[in-house]
Design a protein around this ligand. Structure first.
Ligand code: GDP
Ligand code: MG
Length: 340
């Protein structure tokens, strides 16, 4: 201790134990919830066991929730929309957690802070918990621990979990493995995007909200709506009982937001009623299980000393076509298995 009573620089922060953290999360302590998320996002091996214990305990306290993925191109208005939607959700007497995943920043926290600033009103509300995370270069713009973070937020009692992701091709497919409903945000007049990459996103969307339909954009917005509706009709149905709608919204004016929320809750009622929600979540847990097994195997494989010794040589032979990639992979695999 220094004279000011502060611990000396570099001293380890006191880490609360598992009991304290779990108790805090279940009791709605957002500071401890944040600490727990930081812990599960940590790459440090010494944090892993603790975070697994926390997750195990939290999973036993699962509460019902609505998990929504909000996806769309950068600048489509996702954060602003979530801020507006959050107000509607709170007015309905519900609480919400927002997981804003920033794909751009590995290091800089610039745009993450931008997202939180865009949700300024929401971040001041006691009913809302906003957690920005970097995707750390993880494929597809989701944080590698998004699913686990959702579990913690549910244990903390948040009724609605909103996951903001940038639709960059892979992320929306991945977000499908952890949310109940996917809302795709599109700018007015972006219909020609549909030809290429956006088609994949549209296929998994449960509703589309056209954003920023205010000011000069108002005119082309209804034309866009017709275009998107036509495009949706060309795609195979995701659920036989669900008709995907296109909404005209403006977060600035607050228009269309309520309608989107009713659409989501209507969907959830149907999914709960027909038992599909339970089935979907079971499937998502199965997906997570095997995803984690794959991750662990991969890590073990590349850390295996016998593999390491051979790896560079095999790689050289493969890239110079002396050895087929198939034989190369088998040799590395054999080395890995022998060591185990
Ligand atoms: N006119 C108008 N601008 C909006 C609206 N929603 C968002 N914006 C603006 O669009 C820009 C991008 O919004 P943001 O929510 O950060 O988009 P994100 O990247 O998809 O999260 C910001 O400058 C917002 O102020 C809207 O409803 N109307
Ligand atoms: Mg954003």
């Amino acid at each position: 201790m220094t004279h000011s009573g502060m611990p000396p620089a570099g001293a380890r922060r006191h880490e609360p134990d598992v009991e304290t953290i779990v108790g805090g999360i279940l009791g709605g302590d957002r500071h401890l919830l944040s600490r727990a998320i930081t812990l599960i996002e940590s790459q440090k091996p010494e944090h892993q066991e603790k975070s697994h214990q926390i997750l195990d305990r939290c999973m036993q306290h699962k509460r019902s929730s609505i998990r929504i993925g909000v996806t769309g191109s950068p600048g489509a208005g996702k954060s602003t929309f979530i801020e507006a939607l959050g107000e509607v959700i709170i007015r309905d007497g519900l609480s919400l957690a927002v997981l804003a995943i920033d794909p751009s920043s590995r290091q800089s926290r610039g745009s993450i802070l931008g997202d939180k600033a865009r949700m300024e009103k929401l971040s001041g509300r006691k009913e809302a918990f906003i957690r920005p995370s970097a995707s750390s270069g993880h494929l597809g713009g989701l944080s590698p621990k998004t699913h686990e973070t959702i579990v913690l937020c549910e244990a903390a009692g948040y009724d609605v979990i909103l996951v903001e992701t940038v639709g960059v091709g892979q992320s929306e497919v991945e977000v499908e493995t952890m949310v109940d409903f996917i809302l795709l945000l599109m700018l007015p007049g972006s219909g020609d995007e549909l030809q290429g990459i956006k088609r994949g996103i549209m296929e998994i969307a449960d509703a589309i909200a056209i954003t920023k339909t205010d000011g000069a954009q108002e005119g082309i917005a209804s034309l866009s709506k017709t275009e998107f509706e036509a495009a949706l009709r060309m795609l195979p149905a995701k659920y036989p009982f669900w008709h995907r709608e296109v909404f005209l919204t403006s977060s600035l004016k607050g228009s269309g937001i309520e309608e989107v929320w009713r659409n989501i809750t209507g969907f959830m009622d149907l999914m709960r009623g027909n038992g599909l929600l339970l089935e979907k979540r079971r499937e998502q847990l199965r997906h997570l299980l095997y995803g984690l097994v794959e991750q662990m195997l991969k890590k073990e494989f590349f850390q295996n000393p016998d593999v390491s010794i051979l790896q560079a040589g095999i790689e050289n032979q493969v890239v110079s076509s002396q050895l087929s990639p198939f034989t190369g992979a088998s040799i590395l695999m054999d080395a890995f298995i022998r060591r185990r």
